[in-house]
Design a protein around this ligand. Structure first.
Ligand code: SAH
Length: 379
């Protein structure tokens, strides 16, 4: 039968995702169905149902849809539960690639950190996501699919979402996959999509200045976070090669532009590395860079796995924060994932991909929940 994978290992034919398609796009796929069917299918997809679960559609329609389509291209493969209730989700995609996301419960709601690319082109010195370069961009349905899958897995519905806040801070550089990320934002905020408020979404960029301006001009009002990591070009270029293309002046200029055009305060992310970017000179220079502009600095203690760079102590991070505060600079230390290898961006995907390759795993669609101790911790 067409599209049927068998135990003998017949390859399943490539299917397309329905999630995130507009009503008109869906209607074109089911021309003989009644006019309201497309709206129903779109809503079912956002509710996390698979095609079999779209029970108000006729059996024949479901069977024919299943030949060429899946609802969500993202499947939950494993869930790692931390002691504090955070969960790291490992997802598999239709082509067997793996991506990861982190679910973080808070008093005010729950945040999901999603990936926007498989791997990354930025090659930041301390980041596991870029260690092997870019594998491919995620399609917008694959970004959306992470939210839909976790929302359903965490017991949420479309009306009462378990995922209330979204941060684009997982693997990848969101502005390097601009069109898919914009379509993702449109669908996740759509009234007939997941209806998440733009104010509850943050996008983190390594500082692609021209795209930051384009994003500001697009009229979307999500929170923009910019990874700064050093206020000095020479040092920033060592940590973030992208600085050779867009230096600090270009990045801060684009951040000011973003504020001016959206009215949204820009957040600078600053991964603290002991003896590298935590000097008094750095604090002084940060004050200068953020002058006259409502910026906030989010200090993150380095997760040092895989590099020779050193993580500062919690006290040292606090001291740096207080130094900035004393100079009138808004800064806080962010709770960050611990030193365990699974904690930082991209590391879980790399390890499990290597394991799967070693085991020659044939199926990536197993949903297991590993509750045996935490695979990652929060500081
Ligand atoms: N590409 C985007 C978003 C992904 S990373 C960006 O660069 O902003 C999200 C944040 O985590 C970035 O600030 C990144 O520099 C930081 N990060 C990555 N690996 C880290 C590590 N090992 N320790 C601390 N912060 C890290």
């Amino acid at each position: 039968m067409k599209g049927d994978a068998t135990a003998a290992g017949v390859r399943e034919k490539a299917k397309s995702p329905l999630l995130g398609l507009g009503e008109r796009e869906i209607a074109a796929l089911v021309p003989s169905a009644p006019s309201y069917t497309a709206r129903q299918i779109r809503a079912f997809c956002f509710a996390g149902r698979d095609i079999d679960g779209m029970t108000s559609l006729s059996k024949t329609l479901r069977a024919s849809l299943k030949e060429d389509y899946v609802a969500n291209p993202v499947s939950v493969m494993r869930v790692y539960v931390s002691r504090d209730g955070s969960k790291k989700y490992l997802f598999s995609l239709l082509d067997g690639n793996l991506i990861e996301g982190v679910f973080m419960p808070h008093d005010y709601g729950n945040t999901l950190c999603v990936s926007t690319q498989i791997g990354c082109r930025m090659h930041c010195a301390f980041c596991a996501s870029g260690a092997d370069g870019l594998v491919r961009d995620l399609h917008f349905s694959e970004i959306l699919g992470q939210v839909v899958a976790v929302n359903a897995a965490e017991g949420g519905s479309v009306k009462e979402r378990a995922v209330t806040n979204i941060v684009l801070m997982g693997s990848g550089e969101p502005l390097d996959n601009y069109d898919n990320v914009m379509r993702f934002l449109d669908e996740v905020t759509a009234a007939d999509g997941l209806n998440v408020s733009e104010r509850n979404i943050s996008l983190s960029t390594s500082g692609l200045a021209d795209k930051m301006k384009r994003f500001a001009d697009s009229g979307r009002k999500v929170t923009l976070s910019v990874s700064l990591h050093s206020p000095f070009d020479e040092e920033r270029s060592k940590l973030m090669p992208v600085n050779r293309r867009y230096n600090i002046a270009a990045v801060t200029d684009a951040a000011r532009y973003y504020f001016k055009h959206t009215g949204r305060r820009v957040i600078f992310e600053y991964t603290l590395i002991a003896g590298v970017n935590d000097s008094d000179d750095c604090a002084e220079k940060l004050k200068e860079l953020t002058k006259g502009f409502p910026a906030h600095i989010n200090l993150i203690r380095l997760n040092p796995s895989g590099t020779s760079l050193k993580r500062p102590t919690a006290d040292a991070a606090k001291e740096f924060m207080l130094k900035l505060n004393a100079m009138g600079v808004s800064a806080t230390v962010r709770h960050s994932f611990g030193e365990d290898i699974e904690g930082a961006c991209g590391q879980l995907r790399r390890r499990v991909s290597a394991e799967l390759a070693a085991e020659d795993k044939e199926s990536a669609r197993v949903h297991t929940e590993d509750r045996k101790g935490s695979k990652f911790t929060t500081a």
